[in-house]
Design a protein around this ligand. Structure first.
Ligand code: MF3
Ligand code: CO
Length: 252
């Protein structure tokens, strides 16, 4: 069942989103060769605790950490680790923040030091695809309009859209209806209505889209070892258009 939120509830989710967006901007400043994703994870826990917020991923279906930190060929659900990030790595940090009972979800990819032109292009196209999808998140459109806009941009640039993980409704629970695929056909799927809050979170691979799962049963990585990037926002669908609840301001 798709749940529709009141304006007050959306404002509460925006509070969680503002904390999460602030955290991403901090992470952008501290990511450099030598730092470990475990240090970033600890930073996130402290940042949230200081603000009376909670890292919702920790303990979710037994997930052990505050963040997912997915490096290079890891698509998503990478475990934070004690190895230093290397010059040229790309790393996607995914977090869900609970504040005053409401959630926001946002992932962002970061380049470590100097990254290759290919990695830059992958990140750029993935971010552009996210915003093209967001543009379609208006009342009256359908889920397929979002997925199609994303898929078209990604494939036009020679990259592929991961099929195994999708966006989702979000509110007091991390995963609510509907599922939001990042591929699809225009005019298909559930209709978007005012008050829906969803995530759009394309994972894009430089090679083929298929994934394999690590022995930890969480971490998904590309079968062909190609790079993967991800950008995710939490979006409220309103009469005035899409409102990005996890907006980082100038960081588009
Ligand atoms: N933030 C992820 C999402 O977008 C969820 C990660 S799974 C978890 O759906 F177990 F780590 F929480
Ligand atoms: Co999500």
């Amino acid at each position: 069942m798709i749940m529709v939120k009141t304006n007050d509830e959306i404002l509460k989710m925006k509070k969680a989103g503002e904390i999460l967006a602030g955290l991403h901007k901090e992470i952008k400043n501290i990511i450099k060769p030598g730092i470990t994703t475990m240090e970033i994870d600890k930073f996130v826990e402290e940042y949230l605790e200081e603000r009376g917020a909670y890292p919702e991923q920790k303990g979710y279906h037994g997930y052990p950490y505050a963040t997912c930190a997915s490096i290079n060929d890891e698509i998503c659900h990478g475990f934070p680790r004690n190895e230093a990030l290397q010059n040229g790595d790309i790393v996607s940090i995914d977090m869900v923040v609970r504040y005053d009972g409401w959630l926001a979800d946002s992932a962002w990819s970061y380049g470590v030091g100097e990254i290759s032109e290919g990695a830059k292009k992958l990140m750029e196209v993935t971010r552009e695809a996210l915003y093209l999808g967001i543009d379609k998140a208006v009342p009256g459109n359908r889920l397929g309009d979002i997925g199609h806009a994303i898929q078209e941009h990604v494939e036009k640039n020679g990259f592929s859209v991961v099929r195994d993980f999708v966006g989702h409704g979000i509110g007091k629970d991390m995963h609510e209806d509907p599922q939001v695929p990042h591929y699809g056909k225009p005019g298909r799927g559930a209709r978007l209505v005012e008050g829906m809050v969803i995530t759009i979170e394309p994972m894009v691979n430089s090679g083929e889209w298929n994934m394999k799962l690590d022995d930890n049963k969480w971490t998904a990585r590309t079968v062909d070892g190609s790079l993967s990037a991800q950008y995710e926002h939490t979006i409220a669908i309103t009469a005035d258009g899409p409102v990005i609840l996890t907006d980082q301001g100038e960081e588009r």
